[in-house]
Design a protein around this ligand. Structure first.
Ligand code: ADP
Ligand code: MG
Length: 285
């Protein structure tokens, strides 16, 4: 017969919009030592808004128009913010040959000019120098280059989810270690980690860098829950003992790879999922 606790745990999970892809993951959840989380879209809302435009060589409108033409080819939340901010101004401008460079941003052509739009790492990759103030900004930033010359930047901000702090506190009261990994700049990552009281935070990570960090904790004998939402998160979700996806904003690849899906994207549901496992094991065993 099926033990009652199974229904208790599954019931708690399903009432909270948590989908377990197989009952074995209820058990896995009870054995987790460390919760590793992505920042954007997992702990923050993933809905960016443009704050400031700083143009160096071109006018501000021209900078925004070029950025939006390139970003119109990406589904990244940063790209959406730039396109929305540009509004109708950019609609007539079309970019060609746009490539997405994972963890960096985009490269494309507008009216014969080569445009780069992404983080500072993207400019470094193409050996383009930029003013030191860019690295000091505490907001997420899209840096622009036109024909291999720095052209300015657009700052973008995201909000921390309402229950994120509470979620981290719950993890700590369950004696779980908390870690945040992000491709965003270190200054932004540190600020978010400090606000939320996260134990360890690593920024400026490429998708492979996230895999390396998770593998490092695995090699140290930790049992890991990884929570993510992005396209680039699928490999780490697969590597973790429990791969958890934020299902609302999340990419299909990450949701498909995940063992557990949190449908309403609330970080506090991570500990609810762990409690669901504990209820199950307590009654079963
Ligand atoms: P994360 O979800 O942790 O931010 P990503 O790998 O999606 O990680 O992105 C890493 C970084 O790469 C972003 O923070 C941003 O700086 C840059 N980036 C990625 N895609 C774009 C884009 N379309 N436009 C501008 N910057 C981008
Ligand atoms: Mg992400």
């Amino acid at each position: 017969s099926i033990p009652l606790g199974y229904f208790g745990g599954i019931g708690l999970a399903s009432r909270n919009g948590i989908l377990f892809k197989g009952s074995n993951f209820l058990d896995v959840m009870t054995k987790i030592d460390i919760v590793i989380m992505d920042k954007t879209g997992t702990l923050t809302k993933g809905v960016f808004k443009v704050q400031e435009v700083k143009a160096s060589s071109l006018g501000k409108d021209e900078l925004v128009r070029l950025a939006a033409a390139i970003e119109a080819n990406s589904t990244h939340p940063i790209a959406k913010a730039v396109v929305e901010y540009a509004g109708d101004k950019a609609k007539a401008t079309k970019a060609e040959n746009v490539e997405e460079i994972a963890g960096h941003g985009l490269k494309g052509t507008v009216n014969g000019k080569t445009i780069l739009a992404g983080n500072a790492k993207l400019l470094k990759k193409f050996n383009i120098t930029y003013p030191a103030e860019v690295d000091g900004l505490v907001d997420t930033v899209v840096v622009l280059a036109v024909d291999n010359q720095y052209a300015g930047y657009i700052t973008i901000a995201d909000e921390i989810k309402e229950d994120a702090k509470e979620a981290i506190e719950q993890m700590h009261s369950l004696k779980l270690q908390t870690v945040m990994l992000s491709g965003d700049k270190q200054a932004v990552v540190e600020q978010v980690a400090k606000t939320l009281g996260i134990d360890q935070a690593f920024g400026d990570l490429l998708p492979d860098g996230k895999v390396e960090k998770v593998q490092g904790f695995k090699d140290a004998g930790k049992r890991i829950a990884f929570v993510g939402d992005g396209v680039n998160d699928a490999p780490v979700v697969a590597l973790a003992d429990a791969g958890i996806a934020m299902g609302g904003l999340g990419s299909d690849a990450t949701i498909e790879t995940a063992d557990v899906v949190i449908q309403n994207d609330q970080p506090s549901k991570i500990t609810t999922a762990i409690r669901a496992g504990k209820i199950t094991s307590r009654v079963v065993w």
